[in-house]
Write a protein that binds this ligand. Structure first.
Ligand code: G4P
Length: 531
């Protein structure tokens, strides 16, 4: 059957999972992949073995790549839908990476530990989603353990996240007695994820489902269901799509409950690839012209090939293997000879990709984060931001002869987004900036391992960095000349002012009211300005 571009786009879901460490993100990811057949399921033993190997593969990569293992993407299919799951880095230090990943998804699953509720990292990630109005589906995990009261969990989501909740399923029991999920609107039961269909239950309210529980828990269950039907909000598609309401599902990723409900929620509720905001216009996902943006660069993914992969999200049209794309930043043509899809821990050539798909494009430094690729039009996508670093360090080399090599390596790390690199105007050594302290360790480790450059770090005399701009070039020049010793350029050549502390920054800001000191920079817009 010939599939139109519209059909292909409509079948796609590109999402991320956000959670606090230990809530069950890895377990849930494995189960989703298992459903998608990405990990072949042939009998319990083999499934177990495969599950383990998928897990240990990741752990191996994680170990090899240090904690810097980042935004991997996993593509799988289920019931005619194509799912692109973008993994957000687990460590809170990787704010930059996480933000960038979330610019490339259309929806997110928020996993909550049923005993712990909303934890700090969940809250932070949720706030990022809210900035972009990303619709969120909630999965309350670990219902097979002692959990908090269901209503208490819903209340906490509403209060802490200021997000309306609409429970779609209700857990049948909890802890030892947990034995399935009950669909509130359909009055139907799914005992576990092995069941493809829900079974309709008859009788007033949920009596038949309650029969699955021990005698002393039945009444409480029926009351809970009645109260949920009366007191909770019904699901409202528009409120969900606008990011004001979250449908809630209960389950246990480990024990195979509720994951099938969740995958159906992705199909039924989560949006297909959305229109993307470019600098001069909306780009609809179903437009014929190809457009895509780079949200992540990862080097040396495969230790056997010292390659560098740019992860691009396709926004419209068809990205076909062999096509010549235009890199809008430089205006140059770039042949896409080996775009790749990622499938669990394997990758294979992508012949064609459509809006919502994420493909890896091997390159040798041509592509940067925030770059737009098209089949001709000068589109520039917004929204892959760069954040002012909170930690600034000078890199000191143990072997001074390797200064040039260090410069190249730092530039590569900066293009990859591992660190930001600032070159002082007065010719003094480069300064690296990071948002979280751990990134400094990752940088040192990678410089040593991948470039054989043992380095140390020294306190820079600055602690604050801001991108600066002014209404006129002359005003900007005046400021820069008056602050030559504090001026640096970022990777794109954009001017960055550095101050020893927040106090001096505020002082300068008061003295120079026309100068704007920015904490966030959009990669492309900055790059264009510098050009
Ligand atoms: P994360 O990626 O969010 O950090 O969480 P992960 O899936 O690694 O899960 C953290 C721990 O919670 C793991 O146990 C995992 O088995 C367990 N877990 C995940 N989902 C459920 C669930 O639905 N029910 C129960 N009871 N446990 C769950 P661990 O002992 O730390 O690791 P492992 O040795 O079991 O792999």
């Amino acid at each position: 059957m010939a599939d139109t571009l519209e059909d292909k786009v409509a079948r796609r879901r590109t999402f991320a999972i956000i959670s606090h460490p230990d809530a069950g993100k890895t377990t849930l990811t494995e189960k989703l992949l298992l459903f998608g057949g990405a990990i072949q399921l042939a009998g319990e033993v083999k499934a177990k073995k495969n599950r383990q190997s998928s897990r240990s593969d990741w752990m191996k990569i994680e170990k090899e790549r240090g904690i810097s293992v980042v935004t991997s993407v996993m593509t799988f299919e289920y019931e005619d839908h194509v799912f692109n799951l973008l993994d957000t880095p687990g460590h809170e230090d990787f704010a930059d990476d996480t933000y960038r990943t979330l610019t490339a998804v259309d929806s997110a699953i928020m996993v909550i530990d049923a005993a712990k509720g909303i934890e700090p990292r969940t809250l932070k990630l949720f706030e990022v989603c809210r900035l972009r109005d990303i619709p969120i589906i909630t999965f309350v995990n670990k219902m097979d353990r002692e959990a908090r009261d269901n209503f208490e969990i819903l209340d906490e989501i509403e209060e802490k996240l200021a997000l309306d909740t609409a429970p779609i399923t209700w857990p049948i029991g909890q802890g030892k007695s947990f034995c399935g999920t009950y669909h509130l609107a359909e009055s139907a039961v799914r005992h576990g994820d092995d069941e493809t269909e829900r079974t309709k239950v008859n009788g007033p309210q949920a009596d038949a489902a309650a029969g699955m529980l021990p005698d002393n828990e039945q009444e409480g269950f029926v009351e809970g269901v009645e109260l949920a039907a009366e007191a909770c909000r019904p699901f409202d598609m528009q409120a969900f799509r606008e990011g004001h309401l979250t449908p809630v599902f209960f389950g246990s990723a480990l024990k195979n409950y509720g994951v099938r409900d969740l995958i159906h929620a992705l199909m039924d509720y989560a949006p297909a690839p959305r229109a993307q905001e470019a600098e001069n216009r909306h780009v609809e996902a179903t437009e014929k012209g190809m457009s895509a943006f780079v949200f992540k660069i990862q080097a040396n993914m495969d230790p056997n090939h010292r390659d560098r992969i740019a992860f691009v999200r396709v926004c419209s049209g068809t990205l076909a293997r062999g096509m010549k794309a235009k890199l809008v930043r430089t205006g140059k043509a770039m042949p896409l000879s080996a775009p790749q899809f990622f499938f669990a821990s394997q990758r294979h050539l992508a012949e064609e990709a459509y809006a919502g798909d994420v493909v890896g494009i091997p390159n040798h430094g041509t592509l940067r984060i925030g770059d737009t690729l098209t089949d001709g039009e000068d589109i520039v996508f917004r929204g892959v931001p760069n954040f002012a670093p909170e930690i600034l360090r000078r890199v000191s080399l143990k072997d001074a002869m390797k200064a040039k090599k260090l410069k190249e390596a730092l530039a590569q790390m900066a293009e990859e987004g591992v660190v930001q690199l600032f070159t002082p105007e007065d010719g003094s050594p480069a300064i690296v900036g990071v948002v979280g302290a751990l990134q400094i360790d990752v940088l040192a480790e990678r410089l040593n391992q991948e470039y054989s450059l043992p380095v140390g770090f020294e306190q820079a005399r600055f602690a604050v960095a801001r991108w600066i701009s002014a209404p006129s070039p002359q005003e900007l020049r005046d400021f820069m000349e008056a602050h030559r010793g504090e001026m640096t350029r970022d990777l794109d050549g954009d001017p960055v002012y550095m101050a020893p502390n927040a106090f001096s920054l505020n002082y300068e800001a008061e003295r120079w009211p026309k100068i704007e000191f920015a904490t966030v920079k959009d990669y492309q817009i900055g790059a264009k300005k510098a050009a």
